[in-house]
Design a protein around this ligand. Sequence first.
Ligand code: ATP
Length: 258
Amino acid sequence: MTDYDTVSADVEHEEEIPEDHPRYQDLLTRHRIEEGVEKGITHLQGMHAEGRGSAFDYLLGEATIPSADAAERAAAAHLLLADDPVLSINGNVAALVPGEMVELAEATGADLEINLFNRTPERLEAIADHLRDHGAEDVKGLEADARIPNLDHKRAKVDEDGIYSADVVLVPLEDGDRAEALDAMDKTEIVIDLNPLSRSPQVADVPIVDNIIRAVPNMTEHARELADADEAELQEIIEDFDREAALEAAEDRIRNGL
Ligand code: ATP
């Protein structure tokens, strides 16, 4: 028996999870989601979503594959070129990468907007407070004064000066219906989802098949590196990215380990 066998997912603080544990990221992710549920940030259903993601990440080798890195660079270029970029935050995103989303927003000039599948005033407030605790100054999504067309009323709620009027949106771990409805609004849609066959990455302009825990900091790194790039350079990165090839590469890795 190795020392690792004595580490359960049921730790009090994430610092107790040894960073050299072979399943470190998985344990960390599970711990943050459990904490999110306890704090009223994450809906219980978020645990099921996490379980699905965890299985795909295992098959991907729990690593950012080259096509995901290219997608993350293209996503950073899109956000930097956008007039009104918005990063959408749901309960899983808030639990997993609150500070990292704040940093990405700062690096790209994007707004943060809370957008929940299971929307309650209590969860909205808990998530807004959690983001503010992690450095967010302005949090959108509380007004909900506009609607995404062709989506049922409750899930369609967005801010008029946020997701509704955004030209580029990052929607991580998004429900397929909402991703399709946003796509129909002609926005440039960036999706982070570990399942390349899920509808959300299938409709995305930039599908990022990677764990959000790795994807967001890597996007920020690319954005910082590209901060002084001119428009032509950013356009070239966007044009060089091939969404079909990226989806295929991820599926190949998952199915065949290639
Ligand atoms: P559809 O998009 O077709 O509605 P679904 O019902 O499987 O698919 P949801 O439950 O709405 O999707 O969203 C969960 C998705 O988020 C899953 O595809 C899962 O792989 C993905 N996911 C879960 N955890 C993570 C994570 N940490 N990083 C990236 N993706 C994740």
